[in-house]
Design a protein around this ligand. Sequence first.
Ligand SMILES: Cc1ncc(C[n+]2csc(CCOP(=O)(O)OP(=O)(O)O)c2C)c(N)n1
Length: 552
Amino acid sequence: MNTTINAATLLVKALENEGVEAVYGVPGEENLDLLEALRTSSIRLILTRHEQGAAFMAATYGRLTGRPGVCLATLGPGATNLMTGAGYAQLGAFPLLMITGQKPITTSKQGHFQIIDVVGMMHPLTKFTKQLVNVNRIPANVREAFRQAREERPGAVHLELPEDVAAEPVEEQTAPVFEISHAHLPEAGTRVIEEAAAMIRGARYPLLLIGAGANRNRVCNALREFVAASGLYFFTTQMGKGVVDETGPRYLGTAALSDNDYIHCAIARADLVINIGHDVVEKPPFFMEHGGKKVIHVNFSSAIVDNVYFPQLEVVGDIAASVRRLTAALGPLDRDFSYFQRVKEHLDAHLREKTDDDGFPLKPQRIVADVRRVVPDDGIIALDNGVYKIWFARNYLARHPHTILLDNALATMGAGLPSTMEAARLYPGKRVMAVCGDGGFLMNSQELETAVRLGLNLVVLIIKDGAYGMIRWKQYSLGLPDYGLEFGNPDFALYARAYGASGHRVERAADFAPLLEHCFRQGGVHLIDVPVDYSENMKVLVDELKEKVCLV
Ligand SMILES: Cc1ncc(C[n+]2csc(CCOP(=O)(O)OP(=O)(O)O)c2C)c(N)n1
């Protein structure tokens, strides 16, 4: 028997077929058929208070699960509000599908009201963007969108469903959904693995770099075995944190700064960097120079050459397979790594500094240390963007992948709270917290209402300095006068309470960790306002490091 459904229902059936559990968004009248189709489906609609919140949540679902997250917006203003999320997913390599509405494409009595070229706008920020016009092709278009969003390098895709197309009838039997194919990634050839092993054997100070592309569940185990078997020392980019246990004996730091940190002493000494999964979307962890150290690029795809990145050998193919085969080809390395060991001792001593400092406002080192004390190894902290991100990247030692979510690709402000909400939604049993500045938090703070409505358990930490601190620090580093970056703040504790969340303010350093513990134990949505002493940025991140250590 033939069943007649409409195109919106067919689209939702295709989403169900892909295993979609939730769609995040702010619908408009152009999405009403889709909304109705969602109502009667197995997919949950998660309403947010801004399309950015929806896109960040969906992209974080993609980041944490490897499966595309789906968000929904109307045409025009709804679609433009998704764009920061599109850039976030595309640069960050988080699989994301955005669905937007559009006015009818055949006849419409509304002139050009709210109509902009959304598909055209999406072009530079997505891997695939398409207006759905032929109802019978919807299952194929959806399958293709998911395939591209997920395929290495993952990213953002977009489908536009015009109002009249959404309402069009279709016989369900004539437009079946597609079985999901499983693609196996190509593997690097034997010759290049042998070449890479020979280069590593030939190097005196080989050093391993773990970047964002290595932060895939499949790659982590292979990398751990590689580090253990080879004895190589490693450092990470911000988005490679936690792939290999950073409390282990071979961790030399996270390159949160591009130069002048402890790790750069080790990099300066290295004659070869084996770069697993780094690509140029992240701020350079170090700068390559002509005639300088050599680099082996191990990634899913070949290197995008840049003035600061032009590797000599490229091992292209599934990273997990490349690393496993490299482990076997290399065996244990017999090297004198005592220089790296000494850098590590200096780094470890530095990371212990001021972690118990009782000063108020709190030192950034104390804040990071207290968070680390209260958040267990499998807890998740998600950071917005501000200068505290550098402190957390350097000082917070992660032991498992995806336990510190940093965005070092688009590095947008405003994603910290929504990404935390998605982590809390996915893992209700874990301790999950957002780390935000007083600038970035207010860019999407309205999502506190969503968090309370969803009944999430999470803590939002506001690191308060009354300024756009990151920019102020850069201004200072450039020798410019302190100008134009200070602002006022609401009473954050009261602000949280207005949303039905719990609001707290720290007034002594000693109170912070117990308060954080209390918030996690109590459950629900908590906000903690912590005043910070950013004079530490000027001292530690600018002046001291290199001279102190590199001569060891
Ligand atoms: C959407 C967006 N706007 C501007 C910037 C540039 N930017 C980077 S960090 C920063 C300041 C962040 O201030 P805050 O959230 O208070 O954190 P702080 O640096 O003070 O710790 C700015 C303006 C950005 N990354 N994203």
